[in-house]
Each structure stands twice: as structure tokens, then as C-alpha cells.
Design a protein around this ligand. Structure first.
Ligand SMILES: NC(=O)c1ccc[n+]([C@@H]2O[C@H](COP(=O)([O-])OP(=O)(O)OC[C@H]3O[C@@H](n4cnc5c(N)ncnc54)[C@H](O)[C@@H]3O)[C@@H](O)[C@H]2O)c1
Length: 290
């Protein structure tokens, strides 16, 4: 593969990078000349991947950090390691995810949804830590892994679907980050891809996923590269479908929800708030020592 000049020596953090889509992304980024820090709970797989990637290069290009994305401390340590090992962070891919077994809908009425904790809260924590590091670098890009289930109801996996709608909503709410921190935030949203997660979704006897079309991993990687490299993409949801990649536009607020008074008071965009947010960001970086 020819290396993309824009990725040469860039530093990426990838959560959920030990296997599946994350592993393919880590490998693609390294092939394109980037350095990668993987954060995952799967230690053996992550360390094996790092060993294989580093063995092909004169200098280390990959590092593994045992990271549970639901932990603030782990997220902070992950990004701090990227800074310590490779000098900073340019690209943050918040990709770790699970799906609960479909039958949990009628499980005991207690506890929390791990799917929401990992897929949504974990992504939000990762974004909040990433923004501080990317701002320190002068800007960068965040890519959140959502799903086609972030747009359509998927009755066999309601927690998962809610979590991915949440990731889409979070990503689309990051509009100001380009003005506040020179950070673009996009989401990649694949339809079904042949990875281990599918085994936790299908219920014996339903077999829906067996017969559903799959997205080739190369198409998923095309979607990531669009999200990372195309500087015109910000706050976009980039869908990876069996027949290719497309950018799914956000829909506009209904006309009846916007009054002339709101337009005149500039309440329909965020531009008035940018200076205040810049100062909040400065404080947040000082507080976190980043
Ligand atoms: N495979 C699909 O069909 C598909 C479709 C759309 C979106 N996605 C999304 O893609 C992402 C990657 O999934 P995949 O298909 O590669 O599945 P996968 O099971 O192969 O990989 C998921 C990775 O996330 C890691 N992970 C899980 N919980 C974690 C935690 N608490 N902290 C850190 N890492 C954790 C796992 O260890 C694993 O390495 C997920 O967010 C998933 O929802 C997958």
C-alpha cells in the first residue's frame, strides 16, 4: 500500500484495537505511516498485534495500554502514554464496543447496561480526554465508531441501538469543536461486518445476521480514511454499507421550531459561545495538566 503523506508520523489512539474493526484500523494506520497506541481490555491479542507491527519497522510504531474505556483513569493514561511515547495525539478513534445478548431485555430489573456504559459513556469519556490532547497539539480529528444501528431501530438489540443513536447524537453535537479547538469529530457507521461481535448478537433460531449482507472490511476502512483525511468532513456520519461508503447528512431542525427572534439573537448557531468555550477549554487543560 502506498503511504498517505498526511498520515506519515501522525499519532493515533485507537480503543478496541486488539481485534475486529479496531485491529484492521490500527493495521491500516500503521501501513499508512502513522504511530498507534491501542487501548483495549484484551491484553494478549493487543500485545501480539503490537509485537507484529513493531517487528516490521526499524523504530517502534505501536504501543498497547490495557484500557477499560469505562474508566476515566484508564482513558487519561491511554492518551498520556501516546504523548509520552510519540509526542502527542493527532487522531483519536473511539471504537471499543460490545453488544448485549438480545435476551437481556427481559432479564432481572437491576444493574446497569454495560452496552451503554462501554459504547456510549466510554465514547464520551474518550472524546472529552481526546479534545484536551488534540487541542494541545493545535488540532486533530476524532472518529467515533457508531453503527447503521445509530439510524434505524433494531429490535433484536435495543440497548446497542440506543447506544449507537447516542454516539450519532454526540458526534453531531460537536459542531463547535472546529472553532473552539480546531478538532473535527466524525462517526463511522458500519452495517454488519464479519467480526466476533456478531456472535453475541444473533439468537439461535433467529439467524437474521447469518442471512443479512455484510460490509467488506476494506469498505469500513475507506469510511475511516474519509473521516480522518477529508478535511471537509466534520460532524459527519459516514456510513459503510455493503455497496460502499456514503455520508449521511444530518437533518435540519424543523422550520416551526425557529423564530425570527432566535435568528436575530444568533441563538440558532453557537458562534456567540466560542470565546467562552475557548476559555473553558483552557481551564480544563490546566485542571487536567494537559
Ligand atoms: N461488526 C459489526 O457488524 C459492527 C457494525 C457496526 C458497528 N460496529 C462497532 O464496531 C466497533 C468494533 O466492534 P467489532 O465489530 O470489531 O467487534 P469485536 O468484538 O471484534 O471488537 C471489539 C473490541 O472492543 C474491545 N472492548 C470491549 N469492551 C471494552 C472496554 N470496556 N474497554 C476497552 N475495550 C473494549 C474488545 O476487547 C474488542 O477488542 C464496536 O463499537 C461495534 O459496535 C460493529
Amino acid at each position: 500500500m502506498t503511504q498517505d503523506i498526511k498520515l506519515k508520523n501522525k499519532v493515533a489512539v485507537v480503543t478496541g484495537g486488539s481485534k475486529g474493526i479496531g485491529k484492521a484500523l490500527v493495521t491500516a494506520l500503521v501501513e499508512q505511516g502513522a504511530k498507534v497506541v491501542i487501548g483495549d481490555i484484551l491484553v494478549n491479542e493487543g500485545e501480539e498485534l503490537v509485537k507484529a507491527l513493531n517487528s516490521k519497522q526499524p523504530d517502534n510504531v505501536a504501543v498497547f495500554v490495557r484500557t477499560d474505556v469505562t474508566s476515566w483513569d484508564d482513558n487519561k493514561k491511554l492518551f498520556a502514554t501516546a504523548e509520552k511515547e510519540f509526542g502527542g495525539v493527532d487522531i483519536a478513534c473511539l471504537n471499543a464496543g460490545i453488544s448485549e445478548h438480545p435476551q437481556t431485555l427481559f432479564g432481572p430489573l437491576e444493574g446497569e447496561s454495560m452496552t451503554l456504559k462501554i459504547n456510549l459513556d466510554g465514547v464520551i469519556k474518550g472524546n472529552r480526554v481526546a479534545i484536551l490532547h488534540l487541542a494541545k497539539r493545535g488540532g486533530g480529528v476524532i472518529v467515533n465508531t457508531a453503527s447503521a444501528a445509530g439510524f434505524v431501530g433494531t429490535s433484536i438489540i435495543p440497548h446497542y441501538t440506543a447506544s449507537k443513536h447516542g454516539v450519532v447524537g454526540w458526534t453531531r453535537s460537536m459542531q463547535p469543536m472546529i472553532d473552539v479547538a480546531n478538532v473535527r469529530v466524525n462517526a463511522v457507521c458500519p452495517y454488519w461486518v464479519e467480526t466476533d461481535i456478531l456472535a453475541s448478537i444473533d439468537v439461535p433460531g433467529v439467524g437474521f445476521i447469518d442471512v443479512a449482507p455484510k460490509v467488506p472490511m476494506e469498505t469500513v476502512m475507506d469510511a475511516y480514511m474519509t473521516a480522518i483525511l477529508d478535511e471537509s468532513q466534520h460532524c459527519q456520519t459516514i456510513i459503510a454499507l455493503p455497496d460502499g461508503v456514503r455520508v449521511e447528512p444530518a437533518f435540519n431542525i424543523w422550520a416551526s421550531c425557529v423564530t425570527q427572534e432566535m435568528v436575530e439573537a444568533k441563538m440558532v448557531d453557537y458562534k456567540e459561545e466560542v470565546e467562552a468555550w475557548k476559555s473553558d477549554l483552557k481551564e480544563a487543560r490546566m485542571r487536567a495538566n494537559i
